[in-house]
Design a binder for this molecule. Structure first.
Ligand SMILES: [Zn+2]
Length: 80
């Protein structure tokens, strides 16, 4: 499954849908350089390769999540 195929899928924990999913290498704005993968809990170094997923909710605005890779995205969205 490629990242593009995740776009438009619903997140199982809410009414959000995937607005964007892409491989990401660098996180420049702000001071946060680490983030925890919401699927497996691994602490990610955001300057290294990871997957950025933006969820678009009903209320508006996107929530951004950083995940390890495609497999974590698939498991997180329950599409495995
Ligand atoms: Zn993960």
């Amino acid at each position: 499954m490629t990242l593009r195929e995740f776009v438009g899928r619903c997140h199982p924990n809410g009414n959000a849908t995937v607005a964007h999913a892409a491989t990401h290498y660098r996180w420049s704005p702000g001071s946060r350089t680490r983030s925890r993968c919401p699927n497996c809990g691994t602490e990610l170094e955001l300057s290294e390769r990871h997957v950025l997923v933006a969820l678009s909710g009903e209320i508006g605005g996107d929530d951004r999540y950083h995940l390890c890779d495609e497999a974590c995205v698939a498991a997180w969205l329950g599409t495995e």
